[in-house]
Ligand binder design. Structure first.
Ligand SMILES: Nc1ncnc2c1ncn2[C@@H]1O[C@H](COP(=O)(O)OP(=O)(O)O)[C@@H](O)[C@H]1O
Ligand SMILES: [Mg+2]
Length: 238
């Protein structure tokens, strides 16, 4: 696979349940996402966007197909490693709609929690966290509690936390759904900046058409498959 390619999915299938309760969510998806790309994933509610992200993130096991992350084939009709947790920890940063910061830990403790759990020293993880918080203009909030921050600031902390392990891939599930337009634009521009500056592949689920012109490309779940299209250039925001 080419060195630009970060995520590749081939003939991916996902069913839930069986017999009368069989739900066919994805029926043979093929697509790829390059390093440095910010791709919007769109589809109606219930179409399988979260399921697709969770399969790429090695959280949800596919029914069949193949998945590559970076140079590693991780799934070929079965997980090719027992250590899906390790892959997840090392390669993937997740961002969710609600920021899910731990309310009784301050900002820097939230950002350093996972790296420290992974064995990174307090000193090193805090240095990296401070750098990330500075990068997102919230360096002065390191000792604040999540409840003292605005929604947009909390989402920046959540993005900093997703980046704390220098992931190759960021999977963001409706990261702007709880934010107003200006804050949403802010977050999406930040994701684009990360993609470019850190050569990360970002897939962002969104229902907000105003965010699409800020992305590089659109992936759409259609008829249980994934189709790629260009972003509209004619939507004006702000
Ligand atoms: N654990 C599960 N068991 C059974 N069905 C599920 C499960 N998770 C998701 N589904 C079904 O898969 C479909 C896609 O869900 P989801 O990926 O959450 O869609 P989206 O994120 O696009 O709204 C829905 O029909 C949902 O009910
Ligand atoms: Mg969803």
């Amino acid at each position: 696979m080419s060195s630009k390619q970060s995520i590749k999915v081939e003939n991916l299938v996902k069913h839930f349940g069986s017999g009368d309760n069989l739900v066919r969510v994805i029926e043979g998806a093929d697509f790829q996402v390059d390093k440095g790309e910010l791709v919007a994933l769109i589809a109606p509610s219930g179409a399988g966007k979260t399921t697709l992200l969770m399969m790429i993130g090695c959280v949800e096991e596919p029914t069949s197909g193949r998945i590559w992350l970076g140079d590693d084939k991780v799934y070929d009709n079965k997980w090719l490693t027992r250590e899906t947790r390790k892959i997840r920890r090392e390669k993937i940063g997740f961002i969710f709609q609600a920021h899910y910061l731990i309310p009784f830990l301050n900002v820097i403790e939230n950002v350093t929690l996972v790296p420290q759990t992974n064995g990174v020293s307090k000193k090193d993880s805090e240095a990296k966290a401070k750098e990330l918080l500075e990068y997102f203009d919230i360096g002065n909030k390191a000792r604040a509690m999540p409840s003292e921050l605005s929604g947009g600031q909390n989402q920046r902390v959540a993005i900093a936390r997703a980046l704390a392990n220098s992931p190759e891939i960021i999977l963001a599930d409706e990261p702007t759904a709880a934010l107003d337009l200006a804050r949403s634009v802010d977050v999406v521009k930040m994701l684009k900046k990360i993609a470019i500056e850190q050569d990360v592949a970002v897939i962002m689920v969104t229902h907000d058409e105003a965010m699409l012109p800020l992305c590089d490309r659109i992936l759409k779940i259609e008829n249980k498959k994934v189709v790629s299209s260009d972003v509209p250039k004619d939507i004006h925001i702000l």
